[in-house]
Design a protein around this ligand. Structure first.
Ligand SMILES: Cc1cc2nc3c(=O)[nH]c(=O)nc-3n(C[C@H](O)[C@H](O)[C@H](O)COP(=O)(O)OP(=O)(O)OC[C@H]3O[C@@H](n4cnc5c(N)ncnc54)[C@H](O)[C@@H]3O)c2cc1C
Length: 384
């Protein structure tokens, strides 16, 4: 595996990017030059997604060697993750509808779906990206956009199945970024605005490696949903000291001690019992963060047992945004409550500053980035 699920490996990748591709990111980031050379982008997403390293740490290190005001496209990309998390947090029904859509679509799949997920469509670039995804767990952002567009508008397959395929294989598999990006390509996120992959654009930004002329749809009729997803107000999380508590670590945040204060009485990692490259990365990340003390089944039972062992009825974890971990924690929470155990989630400052601005399009958050950087004390030019 090219990506190792440790904080040290994430920091090493960050240093390599900082010393190399970062300087030309704005000009070169849209080129997908193939799995052997993605050095024009950071490839940090597997670590950031699991918060082995955080957005704030990435920006802090980059700011030491670069003037962030000259790195606007990179800074904005880093904020896109927070934007998507905040957007899904505000409209959680999107996640439930996506899950129902996957189930519905699975009942009606045919050979074209099998060809797509096995890389046998005959569209060379698409089949290549499928292979790269399945063998490395990573795809360049532009390749993800092209792949999703071809999936939806050329192959005319249900977007939910494509999103599900990505979630299974991406090491950075993220319910918010993935679901909302697929919806964005299909015209459901920014209503009526679709992303159409063209042969010309693919040829240009793959440096001529592919040119699927005559193979792609030439129009992209937006997908439609006959309802609005309601906007739900964000909860205000309390401050979360760790003293006297059991600290639970999930794949949503593998370094909670970088923002929670105090000494926990015990530590427990929890993961889903899934297998595959994406799940293996998550499990590795949680295992190294929780000293290998990991529960895979019956989260409520295992948390209660660990809390009893630690002699506490307080359980603390980092905030799990909308997705499978949040759902499983909500289920565990009601069982734990009956046993007199409190499970609380603490939120990072970065999320608290970012998510409230994700009620509409990215532009609203983009306008706030300079202020958020000042709030995080990141707006200074590099000291040299
Ligand atoms: C259809 C589709 C599905 C996607 N699914 C996921 C997913 O499951 N998980 C995921 O983390 N990203 C997803 N993305 C977003 C984006 O493609 C990846 O975050 C990015 O390509 C990661 O590579 P990188 O670290 O080299 O990015 P860089 O270009 O180096 O960007 C730096 C960091 O900024 C953030 N970032 C950059 N672009 C985006 C973006 N468009 N949206 C959100 N954050 C971004 C990431 O944390 C990334 O590590 C998806 C995009 C599309 C179009």
């Amino acid at each position: 595996m090219r990506f190792t699920p440790t904080r040290a490996a994430g920091l090493a990748q960050l240093d390599a990017f900082n010393a190399g591709g970062a300087a030309h990111y704005g000009q070169r980031r849209n080129f997908d030059l193939g799995a052997k050379d993605h050095s024009n982008v950071s490839q940090l997403s597997p670590w950031i997604r699991h918060r082995l390293i955080t957005e704030e740490q990435v920006l802090t290190r980059i700011a030491k060697t670069h003037d962030l005001t000259q790195m606007t496209s990179f800074v904005q990309e880093v904020f896109w993750r927070g934007y998507f998390k905040g957007a899904l947090q505000h409209r959680p029904s999107i996640w439930d509808h996506y899950l129902a859509g996957v189930d519905r679509a699975h009942d009606a799949v045919g050979t074209l779906y099998a060809d797509a997920i096995c890389g046998r469509t005959g569209i060379a670039c698409f089949d290549h990206w499928r292979d790269e995804l399945v063998t490395t767990g990573y795809l360049h952002n532009h390749a993800r956009m092209w792949f999703a567009s071809i999936w939806i508008f050329t192959l005319r397959l249900p977007w939910e199945l494509g999103a599900d395929f990505f979630l299974t294989h991406l090491l950075d598999a993220d319910p918010a970024s993935n679901t909302l990006s697929w919806r964005w390509v299909g015209g459901l996120h920014t209503k009526g605005k679709t992303y159409l992959a063209s042969a010309e654009n693919i040829a240009r930004f793959t440096d001529g490696r592919f040119n699927p002329v005559g193979q792609l749809a030439l129009t992209a009729e937006p997908l439609v949903e006959p309802f609005e997803h309601p906007l739900v107000p964000l909860a205000t999380p309390p401050r979360m000291p760790l003293d006297d508590a059991l600290l639970v670590i999930t794949k949503e945040d593998c370094t909670p001690r970088t923002f929670m204060t105090g000494d926990p009485r015990g530590l427990l990692g929890i993961v889903h019992p899934d297998t595959g490259m994406s799940a293996d990365f998550s499990r590795g990340a949680v295992e190294q963060a929780s000293a290998d003390i990991v529960a895979t089944h019956d989260w409520a039972g295992q948390i209660a047992e660990a809390a009893n062992r630690a002699g506490t009825a307080q359980v603390v974890t980092a905030w799990a945004p909308v997705g499978p971990v949040a759902s499983a924690l909500a289920t565990a929470q009601s069982t734990l409550r009956k046993e007199g155990i409190t499970l609380s989630q603490g939120q990072r400052r970065f999320d608290g500053l970012t998510w409230p601005h994700a009620t509409a399009g990215f532009f609203k958050l983009k306008k706030k980035i300079p202020q958020i950087l000042r709030d995080l004390d990141l707006a200074k030019p590099p000291a040299n």
